[in-house]
Design a protein around this ligand. Structure first.
Ligand SMILES: [Zn+2]
Length: 155
């Protein structure tokens, strides 16, 4: 058991989530009745055979973003800045890997808005596998697309 990361088993791949990423998500759970929805970008890399992905960092809500209890609009350019910087610093190993956001429900399910948004993200990034995480009050969920469509894994 590696305590530095969480391993999520997908179909034909593993996603390794760094402990600090998981802890950050826990801190944004919308437990407080007035806590706003939080949203950010996933940054990570993959093995050459596409069998292992690692999620090493996430961006967090920033001053320039717009958020309410159930909505979030990423507006602050700081998110893209961080992704670009990590990409350069890692000599291309780390890149945009998807998005995460919170839901004020115990076990979160993707909304139609989420799915519409994810489909656009996938179309813009056909060169890579993307992941989408929803952080609920009790459970977190990983969504990803493969040849069978949209897949869902609770963790
Ligand atoms: Zn959502």
């Amino acid at each position: 058991m590696n305590r530095d990361q969480i391993v999520i088993l997908g179909t034909g791949f593993q996603l390794l989530v760094h402990q600090k990423v998981y802890c950050t998500w826990e801190a944004y759970r919308q437990i407080d009745k007035t806590a706003p929805e939080a949203f950010g970008i996933l940054i990570g890399g993959k093995s050459l055979d596409n069998e292992q992905y690692k999620l090493v960092e996430i961006t967090e809500p920033k001053a320039g973003d717009l958020c309410s209890r159930t909505h979030f609009i990423l507006k602050d350019p700081g998110h893209q800045f961080i992704v670009n910087q990590r990409h350069v610093d890692s000599k291309g190993e780390l890149a945009y890997l998807g998005t995460w956001h919170t839901h004020p429900e115990d076990v979160p399910y993707a909304s139609m808005t989420d799915i519409d948004d994810w489909k656009k993200c996938v179309k813009r990034n056909l060169d890579r596998q993307l992941f989408f995480v929803i952080v609920g009050l009790k459970k977190m969920v990983l969504y990803y697309y493969n040849e069978n469509g949209l897949n869902r894994i609770e963790f």
